[in-house]
Ligand binder design. Structure first.
Ligand code: SF4
Length: 255
């Protein structure tokens, strides 16, 4: 039986410029309710309909019991950051102009895959088969909020949990294949770096992950005291895409 929050790795593996692969961590289930409510159509605080609020309340506990959050991750030294790509010491490149710009100054990249397991997918399918569309949609949104919470806690707690000597500061910007200008097919590169199979996550030819409620992503590790500044490193500041659910800051150029 697995133990919650048990880290099956040696944290010293992530000291500077040493490659570490396929480390595994378990998390307590939690929901990012702000994200869930945005997915369910909330425009501003408190603006969900009463029926949606009631449905959320009714389904919350049942969905919680279906969650099995886990993360697999590795740390990889960067050889060069160029205009449109990041090159690892291994020679592998990740191609995205926005990401390369955001990672300016980073010395290592953390690559990870997070999931909440497959039971939630099965529940959504079951509700759809039963014609309970609103419940299926709510269950799906709660699943998205749960996996978002795992990714967020993994990143925000990275320094404290995994880098006890605090040589690096974890970056504030997370990138996933398929978002911004990072093509979804690059998902295969990320999966070549970490053992996603260890947490039951697989990738198909279309670069889609199973279970569906999984997140693959990277973020940079910067030298202490030289972490990213919002304006240079946050691509959302310059982006016109108004309906992006992944937006991390208001765009200066959008009214
Ligand atoms: S708003 Fe931000 S996250 Fe969304 S596409 Fe633009 S830069 Fe990427």
């Amino acid at each position: 039986m697995e133990q919650t929050n048990k880290i099956r790795s040696t944290v010293s593996l992530i000291e500077p410029s040493i490659q570490a692969t396929s480390l595994l961590a378990d998390y307590e289930p939690e929901f990012d309710m702000d994200f869930v409510k945005r997915l369910l159509g909330r425009q501003k605080a408190g603006s969900l309909t009463r029926s949606t609020r009631n449905r959320l309340q009714q389904m919350h506990e049942g969905v919680y019991r279906l969650l099995h959050p886990r993360v697999v991750w590795g740390v990889f030294p960067i050889a060069a950051i160029e205009k449109d790509q990041i090159e690892f010491v291994s020679g592998l490149t990740l191609k995205s102009h926005k990401m390369a710009r955001a990672m300016t100054g980073a010395e290592q990249l953390v690559c990870f895959v997070a999931t909440i397991g497959r039971k939630i997918d099965m529940k959504v399918e079951q509700l759809m088969d039963q014609g309970k569309i609103a419940n299926a949609y709510t269950c799906d949104a709660l699943g998205s909020g749960a996996v978002e919470s795992v990714a967020e806690r993994f990143q925000s707690g990275f320094d404290r949990k995994f880098s006890p000597h605090q040589v690096h500061t974890a970056a504030g910007i997370r990138f996933s294949p398929g978002y911004c200008d990072w093509h979804v097919t690059e998902q295969h590169k990320l999966f070549s770096l970490v053992d996603a199979g260890a947490i039951g996550v697989t990738l198909d030819k279309s670069s889609l992950m199973t279970p569906r409620k999984s997140i693959s992503a990277v973020f940079g590790l910067y030298p202490k005291g030289r972490g990213p500044t919002t304006k240079i490193h946050n691509p959302c500041f310059y982006c016109f895409k108004k309906d992006c659910l992944a937006r991390r800051s208001p765009a200066k150029t959008i009214n």
